[in-house]
Design a protein around this ligand. Sequence first.
Ligand code: PMP
Length: 396
Amino acid sequence: MKLNDLPTNSTWTLARRAERMNPSVIREILKVTEKPGIISLAGGLPSPKTFPVSAFAAASAAVLANDGPGALQYDASEGYGPLRQAIADFLPWDVDADQILITTGSQQGLDLVGKILIDAGSRVAVESPTYLGALQAFTPYEPEFVSVPCDDNGPLPDQLDVARGARFLYALPNFQNPSGRCMDAGRRDALMNKAQEIGLPVVEDNPYGDLWFDAPPPAPLSSHWADGCVYLGSFSKVLAPGLRLGYVVAPKTLYPKLLQAKQAADLHTPSFNQRVVHEVIRDGFLDQHVPTIRALYKQQCEAMLAALDKEMQGLGVHWNRPDGGMFLWVRLPEGMSAIELLPKAVERNVAFVPGAAFYADNADHRTLRLSFVTSTVEQIATGIAALAAAIKDVTP
Ligand code: PMP
C-alpha cells in the first residue's frame, strides 16, 4: 500500500482526484529534519522576527471596539470592501476594487483558479522549476503539465510555443519559489508579447515581490495585459502567514466564476482577519514595516552568500545571487544528487530541500533550495560549512 492509498478492503472508494494527491514531499523531508540541533535551511517560513505583533494587538482591540459584531458575523464572499479598495489602491496598475477577491491565503487563489480553468487533460504550462504548492493545487483537477524551458531570467519567450493551447501559463516573476530568480524588464516584455500573440493567458503569482533588497522589481506581468492575466497577491510575507490572507485580481469577465468557486469553497475569508489587516495597513504601516523585512533578509542573504563563497571553493558547486525574496538555488557538481546528499547533510546537522520536488517533469536532481530567512547569521555560517562537509563526503 502506498502512503496515500486506502487499504484494499476499505469501505471507502477514493475519487480519482484524491488518488492523484500525494503527501507533500517537502513536509515528508521536513519530518527528517526535525531532529534536535539541526540547522534547517529547508523551511519555507518567513522569519517570525518580522511579525508585527504589537500592531496586531492594537488593531484587534480597535476592530472589536469599533466593529465587533461586523468582525464576528458572516461576510460577503468578495471580501471586506475597504480592504479590497486598499489593495486596488496600492497595486501598481489600473485595478478596480470590484476585480479583487479576498482569499484564504494565495494558496486558495491557486485552488480556485484550478477549479474554474482546468478540465481533466487540459494543458497547464508551468516554469521549470516551479512552486510545488501550485503543482499540488492544480493536480486534483487532472491537468497535463507542460514545462516551459527557462534560464536564470525565467521562461524563454521563444520556447513558449510548447504551451500553445494551454489553459494558462503559471508564472512567478519575482524572486521565485524555489529558485529566487527574478525576471528583468526585457524578459517580461518579450514573454507577455509572445503570450498575447499566441493567446496564452497568464496566472501571475507574486507573494515575494515586496521583499527586494536594493531596487524594486519591474512592473507585474499583469500590467502588460490586464485582460489576459489573473494576479495572486498575499499578506503572508509582508505581515504574517498565519492570517491566511491573500487576494486574486481577475479580469471582470472571469470574476463571477471565481466568486462562485470561492462561495462554494468556504463562503468567505474570516471577517475578523480582514478587518484587522485593514486596520493595520490603513495609515501607511507597510511603508515603514516592509523595509525592516527587506533589511533583515538582505543581511541574511549576504551572510549565506559569504559562507558559500568561503566554504564551497573548489567543489564545483554553483549558486545564484538573488536580489530579494527568501530563497537561493544551488546546483551540485555533475553526477551528484541532492536527494542522496540530504541524509549525509542531516547527519552533519544541516537540512535543505532537494530541487527535484519543484519540477513538473525532467527534474534536475543536482539542484537544491536553501532558505536564508529563518536561521541566524551564525547558524547560516555553521550550516553552510556542514553542507560543504557533506558534499565532500559524497565527492568521489
Ligand atoms: N505562492 C508561492 C510561490 C508561495 O511560495 C506561497 C507560500 N509558500 C504561496 C503561493 C502561498 O502563500 P499564502 O497562501 O500564505 O498566501
